[in-house]
Design a protein. Sequence first.
Length: 37
Amino acid sequence: MNSPWVGSIAITTEFTSILIENVYLKIRQSEIFQRSP
């Protein structure tokens, strides 16, 4: 029952979570930079 698209979905989910994490970190960094005088 292990079809190829199941693996691609897992890879896509992992890649998306990494992408979201990077974007979140960049947003947090920009917020910190804006707060500093």
